[in-house]
Ligand binder design. Sequence first.
Ligand code: FES
Length: 102
Amino acid sequence: MAQFTKVASTADLAPGAAKCVEVAGKKIALFNLEGSFYAIDDTCTHRGGPLSEGEVSGEEVTCPWHGAIYNIKTGAVLGPPAPRGVARYAVRVQGSDVEVEV
Ligand code: FES
């Protein structure tokens, strides 16, 4: 069953920043967009590029390897060459803990 797991503290991730966290064996890219946290799979569906290391622009992140674009809030793919989107995960903040539901 899905459950929330602490993956970071709010202080770890400034607005505009991202990092890769690991939960239950999954690599997840955690983003802070203007104070709200979002989580999607870190692994690009094209060749596995690390989305947490991509450039963020608004709600979009660009894969650092070949430039596929994803929506950070939904995981949907917005630009090639990625063939499909990635999973998104619910995120909640409890005090200073950032928790992801996996
Ligand atoms: S691995 Fe992400 S676009 Fe190729």
